[in-house]
Design a protein around this ligand. Structure first.
Ligand code: GAL
Length: 502
């Protein structure tokens, strides 16, 4: 690691020189830093010991959907190499490591009547190694890999999932809660429901647009709330941890200053982020009014006898409200929004319900992922929108990152992090209460439908080598230097930020 040390020293030197020129910004002590991964994307060992099959095992083994025809059978082999993972996390100098638990690794048949001792031992060892290295373990309970046995019962369209998920959560609290103090129930429920139930770009690829995503979200909201209450009632007083979830959101920017576009952009953010955030974080709870109105109106016009958006009872609204100790946010990019006046199609469709035209400004710099454009001011705007709309919650950013193809000298990723971290500091100066920032991802990994063709890692993983060696990219060294000094230079790559401040 001599090279690692030399480059770190060089980075520190550059930072010090910039500090002398007065272009350095300091992060507040209240902001902690981490890196993230997810079980299916890194662990491999898909059938090791008594592990059960997950929907991603089934999806990758039985469909032709993955771009490079790959799967997560072996992935980064973290099941066998977690000690190296912890070493990397330590090298970076982060405060916490956010990873997820594979449900079917600890509950092979999905239910809590049979607990895998090997599954528990794996996470025990990871947690202990992290604590030994002075890094806090943050656990995501559900990062998309449902046991196939529960999918066979309808997955998130089955209301019984509320209990099954709570049972799974309880097993995790019991096994790990003595050492884990930050819990994230669900990662990006919007993606789970829109892409896996309404659409077909994530497992289980149900494709029942306009119907299944609303049922899925309804059950996930209830599952989250029940797990929260369980923790609150039975575990919080002894384990003294915190629990929330992580919602994905773009910044939806009005394409023009016209009242119609401004309203459309607000509607887009309410019906995407607000769909999950409003029931938990707003004063009144429940789905956003605009969402209830739109889906009900379209459903009636399409001949349904009731809204395709299920209704909560007043008791359920009260039960779900307030069930997060922090506002977890995954953010990568922004979209431009124009208002539309479409005639209502007879086929139900989430996009018609929202009824906006989304596009990317062609001047925005691009990542390898087609959906990822570099728009740092959108991050600042979004953080301010959340702060204003939900009465200044504590915001923990649990994912932010940039994709490329195959690059260890990843200057574009460095530029992205520099700009987005500056935008984060701007938002903190605006008054947003942001207490965590997490880079996605610790290392290159299985990027869902894109297989291994899009890389998000700070560490490079050689997927052609059976040993899956990991090497720090230039961005890992950059991130490390930021963490060492808890400072950052002001927009060192401002030339990439061509779009002003929105
Ligand atoms: C998020 C997801 C991660 C990762 C990332 C990059 O939506 O939570 O698992 O894939 O996007 O696409």
């Amino acid at each position: 690691m001599a090279l690692f040390k030399t480059i770190t020293l060089l980075c520190l030197l550059v930072v010090s020189v910039l500090a002398i020129k007065g272009e350095i910004r300091k992060f507040p002590d209240t902001l902690s830093f981490g890196v993230a991964t997810a079980a299916y994307q890194i662990e491999g060992a898909w059938n090791a010991s008594d592990k059960g099959e997950s929907i991603w095992d089934r999806f990758t083994h039985t469909t032709n959907s993955i771009k490079d025809k790959s799967n997560g059978d072996f992935a980064c082999d973290s099941y066998n190499q977690h000690k190296r993972d912890v070493e990397m996390v330590k090298e970076l100098g982060v405060d916490f490591y956010r990873f997820s638990i594979s449900w079917s690794r600890i509950l092979p048949n999905g239910f809590s009547n049979k607990i895998s001792q090997d599954g528990i031992a794996y996470y025990d060892s990871l947690i202990d190694d992290l604590l030994e290295a002075n890094i806090k373990p943050y656990i995501t309970l559900y990062h998309w890999d449902l046991p196939q046995s529960l999918q066979d019962l309808g997955g998130w369209t089955n209301p019984m999932m509320v209990d099954y998920f709570t049972d799974f959560a309880e097993v995790a609290f019991e096994a790990f809660g003595d050492r884990v103090k930050t819990w994230i129930t669900f990662n990006e429920p919007w993606v789970v429901c829109i892409e896996g139930y309404g659409g077909i770009s994530k497992a289980p690829a149900l494709g029942m647009n306009g119907i299944a995503e609303y049922i899925c979200a309804h059950n996930i909201l209830k599952s989250h709330a029940k797990a929260y209450h369980l923790y609150d009632d039975l575990y919080r007083s002894t384990q003294k941890g915190r629990i929330g979830w992580s919602l994905n959101a773009n910044w939806d920017h009005p394409a023009t200053k016209s009242p119609a576009d401004i309203e459309a952009a607000e509607r887009a953010i309410q019906m995407n982020l607000g769909w999950f955030a409003h029931p938990v974080f707003s004063k009144e709870g429940d789905y956003p009014q605009v969402m209830k109105d739109r889906v009900a109106r379209n459903s009636l016009a399409q001949g349904y006898r009731r809204s395709r958006l299920p209704e909560f009872t007043p008791e359920e609204i009260a039960y779900i409200k307030g069930t997060c100790d922090f506002f977890g946010l995954n953010h990568y990019t922004s979209t431009m929004i124009r208002s539309l006046t479409t005639t209502i199609s007879m086929e139900p469709n989430f996009r018609d319900d929202v009824d906006t035209d989304c596009f990317y400004d062609p001047s925005w710099p691009e990542a390898t992922s087609s959906w990822l454009k570099v728009v740092p001011w959108g991050f600042r705007n979004l953080l301010n929108w959340i702060t204003k709309t939900y009465n200044n919650p504590e915001i923990m950013v649990f994912e932010n990152g940039f994709s490329d193809k195959n690059n260890k000298d990843d200057v574009d990723r460095i530029s992205y992090y520099n700009q987005y971290l500056n935008a984060l500091l701007d938002a903190i100066e605006d008054g947003c209460n942001v207490t965590a920032y997490t880079a996605w991802s610790l290392m290159d990994n299985f990027e869902w439908l894109q297989g291994y063709t899009e890389r998000f890692g700070l560490y490079y993983v050689d997927f052609n080598d059976p040993r899956r060696p990991r090497t720090p990219k230039a961005s890992a060294l950059y991130f490390k230097s930021i963490l060492e000094t808890r400072t950052i230079e002001r927009n060192c790559n401002a030339q990439l930020n061509r779009n002003g401040t929105g």
